[in-house]
Design a protein. Structure first.
Length: 352
């Protein structure tokens, strides 16, 4: 990474802070190490240990894959809008392109908000970070690779918006409609795993294992079709917000019923085909939190390459927890797109 890119990276980080501070969000700085983690079967973690002086006791510690476990404790106590820019760590990740085992994440939580409120807030953030469009007044910011496709230029007379693939308003598309459009069927018509297995065969997808599709779980088949048929076909010239995810895929988001199925108040944002963020209307029911921890915790112990400790009393944090919505943005991917790149190699000072 050259000096110009280091300066550009720093300027984006500063603008992110400026945006949230102006909106009176409190900036947090939580630890990178934790004695326990939120169980998430979709990711692996890094394990280390603290050796106590004199006694030489070894206490297991884990690098956080997200600051969420600490942030929600603070929200429970103070019920205040917060944000954090922090390093996060995920094991068994590829290196390069859009992945790194160590990366920078922006998390922000707004009180009294739903995922739809956070969608609008995120559009405001993007408007704040992007240079003015070709019909707007003001100088266009010059990114390190100005002149590349997708980068800014200093030509005030340009008519083509080189940031159209990031420019709000976001296209809103439900997962159900996305499957209709790009996979040829609606998820709401597929309550059973055998339904998805039939569509996977009809789409010509390969199982990649000796196990036939009929033996796959519903959420595994859903993920296969999403990654193979839906995500690659999303528009790349406009930002697309996939929303309302199936409740059969566990996460700590609010749930609702529609078209014969339960869904989660969740969205993910794609720009130029790259996933940038993951947002929830946060679950606040302590009993549902406890149930999630128990089910995911058992799966984690059984299936994870690196099992980790789980706080069995974490659900108590949600006694009186406020209605809120949280979003997590991959900052390295965001900076890459803002600088005219499609991979993160050029915007990270070092790759592991």
């Amino acid at each position: 990474m050259d000096l110009q890119m280091l300066e550009f990276r720093a300027s984006v980080m500063q603008k992110i802070r400026e945006f949230f501070i102006k909106k009176e969000f409190l900036e947090l700085d939580t630890p990178a190490l934790s004695r326990d983690l939120i169980p998430e079967t979709c990711l692996e973690v890094f394990k280390t240990e603290y050796i106590t002086p004199w006694t030489e006791e070894k206490i297991p510690l884990y690098l956080v894959p997200s600051p969420e476990i600490y942030i929600k404790k603070i929200i429970s106590q103070h019920k205040k809008d917060v944000f954090q820019l922090s390093k996060c760590y995920r094991n068994v990740e590829s290196v390069g392109n859009i992945h790194s085992p160590e990366f920078t994440m922006l998390e922000y939580y707004k009180m009294g908000a739903s995922y739809l409120d956070t969608a609008r807030l995120t559009e405001e953030l993007f408007d704040f970070l992007l240079p003015p469009g070709p019909t707007e007044k003001g100088d266009l910011a010059t990114a390190p690779d100005a002149g590349r496709a997708g980068s800014a230029t200093s030509d005030k007379t340009q008519t083509r918006d080189q940031f159209s693939y990031m420019r709000p308003p976001f296209v809103r598309l439900t997962i159900d409609d996305a499957f209709r459009k790009y996979a040829g069927f609606a998820l709401s018509d597929c309550p059973k795993s055998t339904d998805l297995a039939r569509h996977a065969r009809e789409l010509g997808l390969e199982a990649g294992t000796d196990s036939p599709f009929e033996d796959w779980a519903w959420d595994d088949l859903y993920e296969l079709i999403l990654v193979s048929c839906v995500e690659p076909n999303l528009p790349k010239d406009r930002p697309v917000m996939l929303m309302d995810y199936p409740a059969k895929v566990p996460c700590l988001a609010q749930e609702f019923f529609r078209d014969g199925m339960y869904w989660k108040e969740r969205f993910e944002l794609y720009c130029a085909g790259i996933e940038l963020c993951n947002c929830y209307s946060e679950e606040t029911d302590k009993n549902k939190i406890r149930e999630y921890f128990e089910k995911e915790g058992e799966l984690k112990k059984r299936l994870a390459r690196i099992p980790h400790n789980i706080d069995k009393d974490y659900w108590k944090v949600f006694e009186g927890f406020p209605k809120c919505s949280g979003n997590a943005i991959g900052v390295d991917r965001l900076i890459a797109l803002l600088s005219g790149h499609k991979t993160i190699e050029s915007v990270l000072p070092f790759l592991v």
